[in-house]
Design a binder for this molecule. Sequence first.
Ligand code: SF4
Length: 254
Amino acid sequence: MTDTLTRPDTATFDPAELIDPARELEEAAPLEILKWAADRYGSRLTFATGFGAEGCVLIDLIGRHQLPIDMFTLDTGLLFPETYDLWQRLESRYGVTIRRVSPEQTVEVQAAAHGPELWTREPDLCCAKRKVSPLESQLAGVDAWITAIRRDQTAARANTLVVEMDAKFGLEKVNPLVRWTKKDTWQHLLRHDVPYNPLHDQGYPSIGCLPCTGRVAAGEDDRAGRWRGTSKTECGLHEPPSTSSEAQEARSTV
Ligand code: SF4
């Protein structure tokens, strides 16, 4: 849990190069995709994790196979105590460092500037300041980032490719778990005894900041507890994926 940032050398990338890898990796196992990404991008690759169940799967694969992949988390200062504890347990279990990336303002400074509990009044602004802006600063120094999103999590993620251009942040995005289901995720966690957030066993399938995360009732969508009572469904970290003909082709030709 350090604040050290390794900034790799400048390089360029070409979005047109992504169609073939996306097609070739569509049916690859997550470990194979991670190894491919580590080879392709070297030190200009990073993994942003929020310690969700899927993120724990990727940390397990990176840690057990000692893949040279930088990892960090966006510490909004508002995470659950269980999440901070999980962070330490994962680092200890795998002997890895998952860097802390903090917002420019502490929660207290933000409250002084915008009033208390900004998340209750302007959650988009709060997420922009505490998540999106810090993520932008991290991604400015790399060519690609790894995420733990799955296609079946939300309608907006249904067309996500294994490798795609991230139009929002202007770099490549690698999604090793896109084809996995929730069942696949939990089978992996339990089979390999991977540390995970105990809140998952208490009605919290999706866990973000404490003030904006609630329990989910049986039959509800996994993300129904996030920003409940508002129209907000995403932090703003993941743009809806491309639905271009090239992207569709990459999925349909395997
Ligand atoms: S999830 Fe809530 S508390 Fe966390 S950054 Fe977004 S609005 Fe703020």
